[in-house]
Design a protein around this ligand. Structure first.
Ligand SMILES: Nc1ncnc2c1ncn2[C@@H]1O[C@H](COP(=O)(O)OP(=O)(O)O)[C@@H](O)[C@H]1O
Ligand SMILES: [Mg+2]
Length: 336
């Protein structure tokens, strides 16, 4: 068994490579962006790539490359079931409805006329989202019909830029004020008003659809459960001050064995249905204790994230105290 690994410093590949070295698993480092990548991995049995939603090149072809190699009989990470819906909330809406997952009631329209008709007889507030993005950057609370109309006009007009420079600055400023980021970060945000990100430059604006969800009043946090094979790790993310959004707040709590086990068992149940190798489930609980699924992602931050948990849950919902490296589990499961 030989694994080809696309290496991006700071990504899961750092740990995949370390683990292969440690366990003497045969591997080779490849560059997925090479035009002859398929030829280059010919002598490998597996291919792993922690592709990223904010690298425009990855969004162009990472899934296509991975699933082509999977079709050809190689083990890949992330594979089709794990990754086709990555960074695609619209795709996930259909998938969650199809498998009977408790998705927050979600609505998508592909014409201005139908969008405007719908808001005539729906209630507010609603949550507006673009299909891609993470850290809550493309998620907004829509309090009134008028706000919704503005968003609809934009969605079917000039569209939404892939990088929202004002929102970026606002986020940095709020984090700085709350002691969660440096003044340098704010300065960088000011610089970003003038210099677009590479992603913002290379990707066309988001348009041609609108996506809304019911707003679910909750207790001020979401719960992320990451299932990798037969192990699950969980953490709580508190919302930003005077906001409703948890992801990207940087305010993490680790309830460890005290977490509500319903989240863990639901995550395992859903992951079985998905047949996925690695899934981060984002749940919220409403004020009547109903659990809703917000979104999923095969990837998650690597540093200062799951590492801070003091243990994991196994499939029997038993707590296993101790340090662990989830990226190693990915390698283990792939070569098993
Ligand atoms: N329908 C909703 N009702 C209430 N809160 C929500 C809803 N959707 C998202 N949120 C909050 O906003 C945050 C970001 O939304 P999410 O869809 O997960 O976007 P992202 O991909 O940017 O993380 C979530 O972590 C959650 O706290
Ligand atoms: Mg999220």
């Amino acid at each position: 068994m030989k694994i080809a690994i696309h290496h991006r410093s700071g990504s899961f590949s750092d740990r995949w490579i370390n683990y292969c070295e440690e366990k003497q698993i045969a591997y080779t480092i490849v560059d997925a962006y090479d035009t002859d990548i398929v030829e280059k991995v010919k002598d490998c049995d597996a291919f792993m790539w922690h592709h990223h939603h904010a690298d425009y090149r990855d969004t162009l072809f990472a899934k296509q490359l991975l699933y082509s190699l999977q079709m050809a009989g190689k083990k890949v990470f992330p594979d089709f079931n794990t990754g086709w819906h990555f960074d695609d909330k619209v795709g996930q809406k259909y998938m969650f409805e199809a498998i009977g997952a408790p998705l927050v009631p979600s609505f998508v329209f592909y014409t201005k006329r139908e969008s405007l008709e719908w808001i005539e007889h729906t209630s507010f507030p609603k949550v507006f989202k673009l299909r891609g993005g993470a850290g809550a950057v493309n998620v907004k609370l829509v309090r009134t019909k008028l706000e919704a109309i503005k968003l609809i006009n934009r969605a079917f007009g000039r569209g939404f830029p892939q990088f929202d420079k004002w929102n970026n600055l606002k986020e940095r400023w709020t984090k700085f004020k709350g002691g969660k980021d440096t003044f340098l970060a704010v300065c960088k945000g000011i610089g970003r008003l003038f210099i677009n990100t590479e992603f913002g430059k290379m990707r066309s604006p988001e348009k041609g659809y609108v996506y809304f969800q019911d707003f679910i009043p909750n207790n001020g946090f979401d719960i992320r459960v990451v299932v990798v094979g037969d192990k699950a790790v969980a953490l709580q993310r508190n919302i930003r001050e005077n906001d409703f959004r948890a992801s990207g707040s940087g305010d993490l709590v680790f309830p460890n064995e005290n977490i509500d086990k319903d989240f863990i068992s639901l995550a395992y149940k859903l992951n079985k249905k998905l047949g996925a190798q690695s899934t981060a489930f984002d749940f919220i609980k409403d004020l009547d204790n109903n659990i809703y699924l917000v979104e999923i992602s095969y990837g998650f931050p690597m540093l200062n994230f799951l590492d801070k948990a003091s243990g994991y849950w196994d499939e029997n919902l038993s707590w296993n105290e101790g340090k662990f490296i989830p990226q190693n589990w990915m390698v283990d499961n792939l070569i098993r």
